[in-house]
Write a protein that binds this ligand. Sequence first.
Ligand SMILES: NC(=O)c1ccc[n+]([C@@H]2O[C@H](COP(=O)([O-])OP(=O)(O)OC[C@H]3O[C@@H](n4cnc5c(N)ncnc54)[C@H](OP(=O)(O)O)[C@@H]3O)[C@@H](O)[C@H]2O)c1
Length: 284
Amino acid sequence: MNEKRSQIAITGANGFVGRNLIKFLNHNKVSIISLTRSKHLSLKYETNVRYSDLDQKNLISKLKNCNALVHLIGQGTQSVDATYDDVNIELTKTIVKLCKNAKIRKIVYISGFGVSKSTTFGYFISKFKAEQEIIKSGLDYTILRASYIVGNNDPLTKNLNKQIKNDSVTIPGSGSYRLQPISVDDVTKVILASTTSKQFSNKIVDLVGPQTVTFENFVRRFTKKQAKIKKVDLEEAYHTALNQPKNAIYGLDDLNILVGDFVGSHKKLERLCGFKLTPLKKIL
Ligand SMILES: NC(=O)c1ccc[n+]([C@@H]2O[C@H](COP(=O)([O-])OP(=O)(O)OC[C@H]3O[C@@H](n4cnc5c(N)ncnc54)[C@H](OP(=O)(O)O)[C@@H]3O)[C@@H](O)[C@H]2O)c1
């Protein structure tokens, strides 16, 4: 992957996936336009565009040479000031409009693993509605429904490391619910492939790792006996998340996703991307 490829725009570029994606694209000499609200240090093949409003007119001309946009703006906790509707749905509508105005024909979006039409979970409803905005836009799309993306400084790793520093890691409930972590390095490769390969055209693909693991097993392997492990009653964990959100180790929607026990198959992803996904023992 040495030749210079066409230009890719990235929203949510300061986030965990965004930072890793930019590093990967830059390493492969792909030209990048990163869109951020706050300060951002650009890499060699990157041009950063700071904005205060995604509707602002000058963004259109800055994006006019991009052939794809990777939409990484999203949030997994809502507040009175920033609801799921505001961020996950409304900003997706704005991004779709921006793609059309700048004549960017391809959009890649990271949705959530477990999202479906029948969901009753607010976060998943917002992701489902964002997906629908993208699908009905007429743009060529790839929607990647992600399980836990893990790598240096991902939110789950940060949370567990903080707990290890305090010598005690909490497992809500039994810990027997499962997750299917995927390496951020695999995710960045899949995103690049989605922008270039027809195989990913107009598809929804589960972005899951090759193995499932119970949360307890994940925590034990991650912690490597550096801290004691404490199980807390699930009702207590939910009670703290609802009544003292600032003190909660796991937020309300973190708990919903964990206990949701969302697992699936990585086979379609491996078939489309043409490489073997990183095994769990290499991720942990
Ligand atoms: N990480 C995972 O395991 C995982 C799993 C499933 C789905 N996803 C989805 O993947 C995408 C990227 O995830 P991530 O882990 O990189 O998330 P992240 O680290 O939280 O980054 C999210 C980005 O969204 C931007 N953002 C949030 N609210 C915004 C607003 N109101 N206006 C403009 N920008 C806003 C943030 O910008 P600032 O930096 O300026 O605050 C940040 O750059 C998200 O849609 C997330 O829901 C991630």
